[in-house]
Design a protein around this ligand. Structure first.
Ligand code: GDP
Length: 494
């Protein structure tokens, strides 16, 4: 399906089956209503219940979000709890509204993939608990995404006191005190502050947060502003929480498409990023018969020789017929013409990696001769940043462009444990081939495994039941929840 075909097609729905609201100014965010021209129609339709929850949330965000009167009043009350001043200046209705406005402030940690999967989880948590999601996007996140909520913003206003959580009480300290004290794990609602910081990131001490427990969620309802810091896709824990599970199941009857829907709903590349994505696609990918995405993430580059990674990648791609071998016996292409006389299938390969060598090696390999199948292989690598950079929004835009281009492929090979790959597979609704995670220069067989779903893996799920008893693995206790193929401790939906 080339872009030109699909541009004329009427079967494509620019609102993604009702996932996206209408009414946005298209020119300020071209990707929002153009993405359907670049992606095959999804196999997954959002449920009517999800769509109604999203439309309700958008209303709510507009009513309580930044720029609303309710926001000003709510913030005044929260930051000066005892003051009754100013209230008489507002209409009665504003006060009623403001009383219903609660907030979830998301705080970034780690790379863009980690950030995106945890924002998606935080958004669902906000929807379930009637909170307005506000994201702390500093300069390094500027220019990446369009606003997802019509008529408002999701960016924490510059003048908010919640850019900083130094003096904010932590959920963890409260939970730990409870765990130590007589194993009474119930948080005391009355003692909770109006602003609370929750760290849902994996830490070295790895304390149990009991975040998936109803009694804690019940207590948290009273907190006006929750500041959450996380790099995790904690969506599976929302299914584990009894008081959320009904809503979650109704919103997502297809458990393997949660991030697929939420990701495509929230993350629309800015015009700058979209310009790069669409130009690259139109130039190199649109005309191909098949698009292959290869994501090569090396977590310990000094200990992992590039040749070992390359061997693993090629072994995965050729043994699973993702890419053909080069016919070195007959460089003139005699075999190819015998085997696949008419097979001139054009496969475009997108290589996403920090290192230029992977794209270069693959490209020069296919220049050596024809392939044994007769297929024509073209290799493209949009960027090679050499290393992960922090506090750099241009670097982050390149990462977004790579993730997005991978998601537009028909077949995807990703690297174990990489949230960067998770975003691509989730956007695309693709079950990737997961490359074995090399730690040094070992060889491994099989070199890759077909993943069970496009969902991200939740690397560090809870390890205790709500009564404090430890729990080996939650996957077995819930339908549609599995042990991740790339990390034994993780759970994922499928
Ligand atoms: P993870 O560490 O693999 O789980 O993925 P993250 O996205 O959280 O962090 C890795 C970061 O390194 C990315 O956000 C990018 O900044 C950078 N990076 C890693 N691999 C690539 C790549 O293939 N392309 C680009 N452009 N950046 C990458």
């Amino acid at each position: 399906l080339s872009t030109n075909d699909s541009k004329n097609s009427t079967t494509h729905d620019k609102f993604l089956d009702g996932l996206l609201p209408s009414g946005f100014d298209e020119s300020t965010c071209l990707s929002r209503y153009q993405s359907h021209l670049y992606r095959k129609p999804s196999n997954h339709k959002p449920s009517p219940y999800l769509i109604s929850k999203l439309r309700n949330y958008e209303e709510f965000h507009k009513r309580c979000g930044p720029n609303s009167r309710a926001y000003k009043i709510a913030m005044q009350k929260i930051t000066t709890p005892s003051s009754k001043t100013h209230h008489h200046y507002h209409h009665h209705n504003d006060n009623v509204d403001a009383a219903k406005c609660k907030y979830l402030v998301w705080t970034p940690v780690n790379g863009l993939g980690n950030r995106m999967i945890s924002i998606a989880a935080a958004f669902l948590f906000a929807v379930l608990t009637d909170r307005v999601l506000l994201v702390r996007f500093e300069a390094d996140m500027h220019g990446l995404f369009c606003e997802p909520f019509h008529g408002s913003t999701w960016i924490l206003p510059m003048n908010s006191p919640f850019w900083n959580h130094e003096n904010v009480e932590t959920y963890q300290s409260i939970v730990l005190a409870k765990v130590d004290k007589a194993r009474n794990l119930t948080l005391d609602q009355l003692l909770l502050p109006s602003v609370l910081f929750i760290n849902l990131q994996h830490t070295k001490e790895d304390p149990e947060m009991f975040f998936h427990c109803d009694h804690n969620q019940e207590a948290l309802k009273k907190v006006n502003v929750l500041i959450v810091q996380s790099d995790q896709y904690f969506v599976p824990s929302l299914f584990m929480t009894p008081s959320f599970s009904h809503d979650m199941n109704k919103m997502f009857p297809e458990k393997d498409a949660v991030f697929h829907h939420v990701g495509r709903y929230l993350f629309h590349p800015s015009n700058e990023a979209w310009g790069q994505i669409s130009k690259f696609y139109d130039t190199y990918l649109a005309k191909a018969d098949e698009r292959i995405g290869l994501q090569i993430r090396v977590f310990r580059p000094t200990f992992t020789p590039q040749q070992a990674v390359m061997d693993l990648l090629l072994s995965c791609a050729t043994s699973n017929k993702i890419l053909p071998e080069v016919d070195t016996q007959n460089p003139a292409g005699t075999t190819a013409s015998k085997v696949g006389r008419n097979n001139h299938t054009l496969k475009a390969v997108v290589v996403a990696s920090l290192y230029p060598e992977y794209g270069e090696n693959l490209r020069s390999m296919y220049l050596k001769g024809p392939t044994i199948t007769g297929e024509v292989i073209r290799v493209y690598q949009p960027s090679h940043e050499e290393k992960q950079k922090f506090k750099d929004n241009v670097h982050n835009i390149k990462a977004l462009v790579d993730m997005y281009l991978l998601s537009l492929c028909d077949v995807l090979v990703t690297s174990s444990l990489s949230t960067f790959g998770y975003v691509a597979q989730g956007f695309g609704g693709l079950k990737p081939w997961l490359l074995y995670g090399l730690v040094s220069n070992e060889t491994h067989f099989p070199p890759c495994l077909r993943d069970l779903s496009p969902e991200p893996c939740y690397h560090f799920p809870p390890q205790h039941q709500c009564n404090g008893n430890s729990k080996e693995h939650f996957a077995a206790s819930f339908p549609h929840m599995f042990e991740c193929k790339d990390y034994y401790r993780g759970v994922k939906l499928g």
